[in-house]
Design a protein around this ligand. Structure first.
Ligand code: SAH
Length: 239
């Protein structure tokens, strides 16, 4: 299936409207990904339908799980080639988007991508979430943090919740069978001031997989000692 067709038909199946302006941005993102992605190991997914569904539509499932407002500050932690943050920005151009990525090669890719897409109000930050989340300018500064494919929820809670302001949310895009991961992460979420609000389940079209979107609400401020030093959240998840 062609890239555009897959986006439109797949979007319809999921109840996501794909506007013309979004298609234009997704096409440029796809081209940049295919041109430079291979060199930087950015994606293992290459078929047009697969990229349309597994990268772009999957990113947009986030806005099916939580009502995103126009003026929100959004941060995408471990964004890689820009997922899910960049498709969310295409869907809602008025968002202010921050992309946090630890790999310099990927940061260079993202800077190129953002300029090719002509996006404004996008900041690319090179660093580990453990460091960036402790910085005054980023800490508890976002209405929404999102992450896909970065770590287990017990680790992610420590990486992402410090960025979220009180009353804001962290949305983790996950696969099927997320219950065990969620229960293992309860202590970490609570320690970071978060609480599971909702888990939304969806099937990607044409059997591209089951998805669970976990919505975590920030109810209490994150204690200052978190996040711990780079690598520690993963090495010793809060349990
Ligand atoms: N979110 C993208 C990429 C997933 S791969 C997607 O779903 O397609 C995970 C990415 O997270 C990699 O690019 C890796 O460099 C980055 N990453 C892993 N740990 C990180 C950390 N602690 N801080 C910032 N980025 C991190």
């Amino acid at each position: 299936m062609r890239f555009e067709e897959a986006l439109i038909a797949g979007g319809q199946a999921l109840g996501i409207e794909i506007r013309r302006d979004m298609l234009d941005l997704f096409k440029v993102h796809y081209e940049v990904l295919m041109k430079f992605g291979r060199q930087t190991n950015l994606t293992a997914i290459e078929g047009k339908e697969e990229v349309a569904v597994k990268h772009f539509l999957d990113s947009l499932t986030c806005s099916k799980a939580i009502e995103i407002e126009d003026d929100w500050d959004v941060v995408d932690i471990g964004t890689g080639a820009g997922f899910p943050g960049v498709p969310l920005k295409a869907e809602r151009p008025s968002l202010a988007l921050t992309l946090v990525e630890a790999s310099l090669k990927r940061v260079r890719f993202l800077e190129h991508l953002v300029s090719k897409l002509g996006l404004s109000d996008v900041e690319v930050v090179w660093g580990r979430a453990e460091d960036v989340g402790g910085m005054m300018h980023h800490r508890e500064n976002y209405d929404l943090a999102v992450a896909r494919g970065v770590a287990e929820l017990s680790v992610l809670a420590e990486l992402c919740l410090p960025f979220v302001r009180l009353g804001g949310a962290f949305v983790a895009l996950k696969g099927p069978g997320v219950e065990g991961e969620v229960s293992k992460a309860m202590k970490a979420m609570e320690t970071m001031g978060g609480c599971v609000e909702n888990i939304v389940r969806m099937s990607l079209p044409w059997d591209h997989g089951e998805r669970s979107i976990v919505v975590i609400r920030k109810e209490v401020s994150t204690p200052e000692k978190y996040p711990r030093r780079p690598g520690i959240p993963k090495k010793r998840p809060i349990a």
